[in-house]
Design a binder for this molecule. Structure first.
Ligand code: PPS
Length: 289
């Protein structure tokens, strides 16, 4: 890839931000000792990572609100490979929750030999693109997204955070992790959050009561998270993330792409995605049309 964006570091088969990652933090991640009880949220950016970080913090603590009310999400559920992970890793208590935007093959060797579980959250890529477009406007450490039309090209070419959406989805869908991995969509979570939390609790053998599940769902609503400074990124200096330009928790809905794509852009987008997923033995959980 030529003309790399200024914010980017071409490492791990994609583009990472120099603000959060460097070669040392990636080396640290390679040596990171994954524990059997660890739980990973794996996502392509803008698929619902922060939401799942919040849910996991509650599910793994039996619904106790202390972590979500005392620790910012990036320290509660730190990102694999990030500079921050090295600083706070020894403060994490088992069972640990970690987040990763990395490709499956770039997970540390200890992950591959462990029994750690993964929740992979997928989202309609058209809504990811829209969310990412606004994120590029508020995240001043990233390049200006340009027009929506220009940003479609950047997204399809993988000139955005963590590269191409299709590479990410293929990498995790192809992962042979058996019952260590659970796939869920952002759309499922919007449609029925208590049912999604129940699935997660069952997957992690947490045995939560219906009352606790309902309480967790209330704490993880868009409205609640939007006003929680420990999950809405308002603690980050405006110099890096300007919530006044576009809030990090922006709309929290499905189908916002309908307000952004014209018919030519849709055709262009869908034909590239279809082509890149041709021959894969999984189907997308939503129609691209
Ligand atoms: S990042 O930067 O990769 O960590 O972003 P990520 O957290 O994956 O995605 C941000 C989008 O998730 C939405 N979000 C939510 N939607 C519904 N309910 C809740 N509780 C919630 N929390 C976060 C957030 O608003 C971003 O989507 P958009 O479409 O921009 O609103």
């Amino acid at each position: 890839m030529t003309d790399l964006p200024e914010w980017s570091l071409p490492l791990c088969g994609c583009l990472l931000t120099t603000m959060d990652f460097d070669t040392e933090s990636i080396e640290y991640a390679k040596q990171f000792p994954v524990e059997d009880t660890d739980v990973f949220v794996a996502t392509f950016p803008k698929s619902g990572t922060t939401w799942m970080q919040h849910i996991l913090s509650l599910v793994l603590n039996g619904g106790d609100l202390t972590p979500i009310n005392t620790i910012p999400n990036w320290d509660r559920v730190p990102w694999m490979g990030s500079k921050r992970l090295a600083e706070i890793a020894d403060q994490l208590k088992s069972p640990r929750a970690l987040a990763t935007h990395l490709l499956f093959a770039k997970m540390p060797p200890s992950f591959h030999t462990s029994k750690a579980k993964v929740i992979y959250v997928m989202r309609n890529p058209k809504d990811i693109l829209v969310s990412s477009y606004y994120f590029h406007q508020m995240a001043t450490f990233l390049d200006d997204p340009g027009t929506f039309d220009e940003f479609i090209d950047k997204f399809l070419e993988g000139r955005v955070l963590f590269g191409k959406w299709t590479d990410h989805v293929k990498s995790w869908r192809r992962a042979k992790l058996g019952d260590r991995i659970m796939f869920i969509t952002y759309e499922d979570m919007v449609q029925d959050l208590p049912a999604s939390i129940r699935r997660i609790s069952d997957f992690l053998c947490c045995n939560l009561s219906e009352e606790v599940i309902q309480n967790i769902a209330k704490c993880c609503s868009f409205k609640k998270m939007k006003t929680n400074p420990l999950s809405n990124f308002s603690l980050v200096s405006k110099e890096y993330m300007n919530n006044d330009k576009s809030p990090f928790l922006r709309k929290g809905t499905t189908g916002d792409w309908k307000n952004h794509f014209d018919s030519q852009q849709l055709t262009r987008f869908e034909s590239v995605i279809h082509k890149e997923l041709e021959g894969e033995d999984f189907s997308l959980p939503w129609s691209l049309e």
